[in-house]
Design a protein around this ligand. Structure first.
Ligand code: AMP
Ligand code: MG
Length: 488
């Protein structure tokens, strides 16, 4: 395994013209220390775990020192925030250090979040607090393990430098990795400035690097837009199926690669609640759980608008026209697999009726589906572990009878169906209260063991891990008081 000093940088983004970013160095922090790291993410850079504890590398990941070959920049972007266009956003606290090319030939951009002020910081301090960094670190790696496209998190570096939010907290930096951090808003900013050339040039860059199969087309732009909308549809199917709520689906948080990006006030469903709003600041519920697929569709129209100098309005609307169908298909595929059902005309109503029952009875989404993996099709409604989750027993019995009939019609045996279902229904998700416990230990006692325990647990979310049974339970009563907002 190579040393970090021998990482090879090939900085595609910062070789673009300066219109897209500002060169800016991270602002150093005093006495940085390693809080946690992801061995799986380290491996993406071909780095061995022994590297990450080296003080020289911690200095780099604290923003105190650059490596030869790094070219630090903050990216410019705009975006629609809660429905309103904001012309000047950009990386206000994230700094891209450079892009590493690994032995497998993959490019991974290394970005520090919380690295200090940039020309796009507006009134902000350019910092991130430990609390939100822990949530982003754990969730990025948990989502990857769940099979959901996402940016990755390499590590958290902390510093006792104070950061002021509602209270005084301490600073932290998350090292994020992604093939690219380009967002819908990276295109919108130029559209609203009436600058056509930078839109084309950025589209050419993204296509050449990340959609290379389109590069040979004589007119690649409509297909590019179509591919982005299909990837976004697929991402939404993932989120809805796993019960993930992003919380701030502004167009500046929408990845051009269809990745989950910018973890802020996110949340996983505990009790199934279609109207769940994880972001305490989202008072109108714009980004409620069940709104996400439609919000993504709206966001894609904003991307299409930004690209309209590259194609006619009709072509653009045709390119994104397949989104609803693509989402519906991908969502049904995922949900049918989770319920162990074939994809036929009877399946969708059976699933939708189950979701309605879950909502009416406030049944835990993840626990229900995991227990459904053990459904005894000979016993029908007499599946007490499931039935006990519902107050409305008659409602459950009626549904269980239909489910039993569907399983019998399908003819698969319980054991093999259960096994397939357990591979798509996680036992462990990053519930808010689990993150909260890890945060309290870290912030109050400098004890990072709970972060590591959660990280290890959540990198195998589909496996039974009997020693961690309590981590699969419903949230305790105190968890209702947890509030997450944009302030991080
Ligand atoms: P978000 O909704 O968290 O993705 O952030 C929206 C915008 O605010 C982005 O341009 C961020 O870079 C910027 N921002 C958020 N927090 C800070 C901060 N503490 N300092 C500077 N900029 C920030
Ligand atoms: Mg953002």
């Amino acid at each position: 395994m190579p040393k970090f000093e021998s990482l090879t940088f090939d900085n595609g983004f910062s070789r673009l013209p300066e219109a897209y970013y500002s060169r800016v160095c991270p602002t150093p922090v005093p006495d940085p220390y390693l809080v946690c790291y992801s061995p799986e993410a380290l491996a993406l850079l071909d780095l061995d775990t022994s590297e990450i504890t080296r003080p020289e590398l911690i200095e780099v990941l604290a923003g105190n020192r650059l490596l030869p070959g790094m070219d630090a920049v903050a990216a410019l972007y705009g975006g629609h925030q809660f429905g309103h266009y904001v012309p000047q956003l950009g990386d206000g606290r994230a700094i891209l250090l450079g892009e590493v090319r690994n032995a497998a030939g993959e490019g991974w951009e290394i970005q520090l979040k919380g690295a200090g002020r940039t020309p796009y910081s507006r009134g902000g301090d350019g910092r991130a607090v430990l609390r939100s960094s822990i949530r982003e670190f754990l969730c990025s790696e948990a989502m990857h393990a769940l099979g959901v496209p996402t940016t990755r998190a390499l590590c958290i570096v902390g510093s006792d430098r104070p950061v002021y939010r509602e209270d005084e907290e301490t600073a932290a930096l998350v090292t994020r990795l992604a093939p690219s951090f380009v967002r819908f808003g990276s295109f919108e900013v130029f559209y609203y400035r009436n600058q056509i050339e930078p839109i084309k040039h950025l589209a050419d860059y993204v296509i050449a690097r990340y959609y290379p199969e389109l590069a040979a087309l004589s007119d690649p732009y409509p297909e590019f837009l179509r591919q982005v909308s299909l990837r976004t549809a697929d991402l939404m199917a993932h989120w809805q199926a796993v019960g993930f709520s992003h919380g701030v689906m502004n167009t500046d948080n929408m990845s051009i690669l269809g990745l989950t990006l910018d973890y802020g006030p996110f949340g996983f469903l505990d009790a199934f609640d279609p109207g769940y709003v994880c972001n305490h600041s989202d008072t109108s519920g714009r980004y409620a759980f069940d709104q996400q697929p439609d919000v993504a569709a709206w966001n894609i129209t904003k991307l299409a608008q930004a690209l309209v100098s590259l194609m006619s309005v009709e072509t653009a609307s045709d390119a994104i026209g397949g989104y609803p169908q693509a989402f519906g298909k991908a969502y049904l595929e995922r949900m049918a697999a989770k319920f162990g059902l074939p994809q036929n005309a009877d399946t969708a109503p059976l699933i939708m009726d189950a979701l309605q029952l879950l909502a009416q009875n406030r049944v835990d989404y993840t626990i229900f589906l995991r227990r459904l993996c053990d459904f005894d099709s000979a016993a029908g409604a007499l599946n007490p572990a499931l039935r006990d989750l519902f107050l409305d027993r008659a409602g459950f019995d009626a549904w269980a009878a239909r489910y039993t009939a569907a399983l019998h019609q399908q003819g698969a045996d319980d054991a093999s169906r259960g096994q397939a279902m357990r591979a798509v229904n996680p036992k462990y998700i990053l519930r808010n209260h689990l993150a909260e416990i890890a945060i309290r230990r870290a912030a109050d006692d400098r004890n990072y063991s709970e972060i590591n325990r959660l990280h290890t647990l959540l990198t195998h979310p589909f496996d039974e891990q009997p020693e961690y049974e309590t981590y699969a339970a419903e949230p305790p009563d105190w968890a209702r008081k947890i509030e997450v907002s944009c302030s991080s």
